[in-house]
Ligand binder design. Sequence first.
Ligand SMILES: Nc1ncnc2c1ncn2[C@@H]1O[C@H](COP(=O)(O)OP(=O)(O)OP(=O)(O)O)[C@@H](O)[C@H]1O
Length: 582
Amino acid sequence: MAYFSRPQSSSAVRIAQPTDSDDKTKSPQKKDSSQRQCRNILIYGSCRFQDKGCIYYHPPPSSTSTDVAPEAPAPPSLSAQAVNAPVFVPRTSLDVVPTAPSAQSLPFTPSDSLTPYYTSQEVDYEDPSLSTYFGTAQSTFLRQPLDYHLYSHPIPDTFAPAHFISDNLREELQKRSEAVHTIPSIPYHVPEELQGYHSLIPLEPITPERRKLVSWYSTVYRATSINDGAAYVLRRIENFRLTHHAAFGMIESWSRIRHPNIVRIREAFTTRAFNDSSLVVCYDYHPNSQSLMELYFRSLSPSALHGQLSAASMNRIPEATLWTYIIQIANAIRVAHEAGLAIRMIDPAKILLTGKNRLRINACGIVDVLLYDTRQDTGLAQQEDLVMFGRLVIALCCSSITALNALPKALEVMGRMYSAEIKTLALYLISKPGPHKTIAQIMELIGTNRLVREMDEMQTANDRLEAELMSELENGRLVRLLCKFGFINERPEFAREPRWSETGDRYIIKLFRDYVFHKVDENGSPVVDLSHVLTCLNKLDCGSDERVMLVSRDEQSCLVVSFKEVKACIESAFSDLSRASR
Ligand SMILES: Nc1ncnc2c1ncn2[C@@H]1O[C@H](COP(=O)(O)OP(=O)(O)OP(=O)(O)O)[C@@H](O)[C@H]1O
């Protein structure tokens, strides 16, 4: 069987006709290197190293012209002598026959993903050494433009910093994904299984100074659901005795609320698995989130935490950020109030920052159960929500949890550092309850302009995320290609043919794989150049007409073949395998 059986339409150049026997056994005697013509002369018409120690034969300029392959599209048929030519040492990724700089221009993205071309090396076309290097090649192999319509074009502007998207988005997502698997270094005791959840991990150390939630201690765990394998948060209220099962009706009402500014509640149950009677409420888990308390107050010195308003100027939250927070919290309150519920706990420790400037009110529903017996009027509870909201705004403005205890001083600080609108809003929130003091009224105070601006920022963030996702599509294409290589290359036997992966089209695939991944430099050291790999895989995937020269490992044969042809070989070999696997 011939090694180089290629697709009919192939323009690959056959250099030699190897037999079916091993590469090693078919190696003919090599000539003395000084008699062998330099392969760079054959391919490029010149050798950069001619006067710099290249040991091979360099014919005078007039005689080389006849050896150079004719112009594309008619593929050159190299002489049999070429088989014995010295090895052509690929010079990093630049040995792909170059095209005009305009066709080479690469989309820019600041992302660090394996996105096509994004990490590509720049070719300096002004570099005189390169122009000599590519001199003849440009007229020999015309580089076809890439099939750009097959690529997504992220617009660089899309990746500009966004109000709701972290500049280190990928890093943050990676950290979130890792956070799902972290475990504390200190020992802890938890039940192995709890009402359909396993792998419980406490999310906070249990310290003597911990605060009570209403009148009970609570502990928060991350746990994995047996049903869907996802991670959730279980908030356990220790030593809580549920007297009215109807209290769970409140949990049911909360579980119907799905809102981007409220941590979703899933279910609640009581348990004795912790050797007490505990109430457990299950919420969505937002890995690596931080509460406003952790972010803005815990890092302060104890004196600042307890009211030294001078801390405010040092930890000032920018006004734009403050408005974003106000709008999101107001929006969460609006949704709860419209559903006939009250949040009942608007506390910096119970508001999570789950992404850049993205807030979610946490632990909703739990106070409804804990205080079910007292049956507070919902209208009153809603009014209290607004007062708690006002206190929070003042605390954030003054970087002090207890700022409200010295209201005149707090207002002075606010007036100095923020616009009058924030002060007016905060004062209205903490004012006496009244029939017209509603969350709808608060929304009006915030004003349409600010709400619309917020909407703009959200849409910009959405565009940015879509662009990021678009580049991930490209990664998916490359992974599929790599999988195909994996299925084909080095397959020990197929269709009763032990040398299937080494013969026919598959031989071209093998050589191409070597070309992409097993390059060596002039000294024989491996070239580990990711941009070369990405460039090749992308050109392969879009079936570019651009051609590359593939050299066998024994250096005895080479093929000039287009990415399109290699793609056809891979498609054909892979479909053979797929058909046989059915
Ligand atoms: N739904 C959640 N997703 C991710 N992390 C959460 C979630 N709920 C709570 N956490 C984290 O669990 C930890 C404990 O939460 P908790 O609400 O008890 O806050 P806390 O700071 O201990 O407040 P307190 O002092 O009132 O107990 C915090 O680090 C918080 O960020």
